[in-house]
Design a protein around this ligand. Sequence first.
Ligand SMILES: [Zn+2]
Length: 458
Amino acid sequence: MTHVRVTSETSWLDYSVPIGEPIVQRYIVRHRLEKKDPAAPLSDPVRPIIYYIDPGVPEPVKSALFDGARWWNQAFESAGYRNAFIVKDLPPDADPMDARYNLVQWVHRSTRGWSYGSTVSDPRTGEIIKGHVSLGSLRVRQDYLIAQGLRSPFDGAATTDPESEKMALARLRQLSAHEIGHTLGLAHNFAASVNDRASVMDYPHPYITLKDDGTLDFSRAYDDKIGAWDRRAILYGYQDFPDGAREDVELNKILTENIRLGLLHISDDGARSANTAHPDAHLWDNGSGTIAELLRLMKVREHALARFGENSIPRGRVMADLERVLVPLYLAHRYQTQAVSKLIGGVRYTYATRGDGQPANEPVAEAEQQHAFEVLLATLNPDFLDLPENVIRLIPTQPIGYDRDRELFKSNTGGFFDPLAAAGSSAGLALDMLMVPERLNRLSEQESGGISRPFPCL
Ligand SMILES: [Zn+2]
């Protein structure tokens, strides 16, 4: 079934099908959407899809959620719809659980956690009855913390940093689009970042660059629009073909064009676990040059660590908070390191169907694997793991009422910030990935299959 390549699906077993046909029946899920004029290149819908935003969301977050939600109009316009996707405030008398309202709900939890985009759909048709997004309210604070550590902005008396808030809100726009994307029927696409941010259905890492004047540029931290892949997925799921068109033929043309455009799609099954093989499908990575991006990110981290100090937190905050800001900065290379690790024993593949012309499985070239290994070793270098003495001496134990929690490094020094534990966490990023048994098994298989001695040192 080819349609699983672009959107989420619902499936059931049909025991009445002929022997030669698959028993598993799969439908994509999608909202009902029809053009008033299916022959027109751009038409109003018979009825638009309407999403509602939780009135309990505070500003400026609420406006960011509206903005990101409305990006989907760009995709529906590409599919020939005008005014098809509308975003409104939830009416005061509406119940969030009411199936008649597609909702983005603002949810409080005790810690930061995943957001969810879920649907109630009819298994007989795949029609989405209700889209329901749950957005954790603490997520925006994590992004603020990431920016705060990179910037160390509190030279003066200010207690908040507008630039960090700007980056956090840019991320929320993207997150709003991402979670709503799930409720429109789209699956994750963790290979979109290698296609120049082709999908909001990837997990984005902030793209921060070092300027010639020695400052960091946050202007391209997150994308500000719907992606090329998202447009293709909505086209596939929502196109209303004119009378006389053969839907199966037209849908296959869309898939063929996706392949021609070079758009990759690898979802959770091929990216989320540490043992996965695809070297282009990662969570929270950036760019198409995986190794070069890690080297670049290591420089950004080095630059930001050199600025780290008292000015990383506002005046009046407990000094122990420095460790909280340090954690995401010290581990800034975390996800890109995992991405580079996946080159080792990596296999490029597609969700191919017979006859679609997509290439067969292809192990990552030996030279690329060797290069990845050398760069991973650089993340284990003591110079890379080291922190300046003046930073270590700045961070006291947590004061009374400020417990150590899982957002801080482990401490083997009686509650003091433990630089060796921090270094252990960092070094473990590469080592844990390299020692995954399935990765080592693939290395062994690749060697026996003709790739000679990819890793004499392992
Ligand atoms: Zn998601």
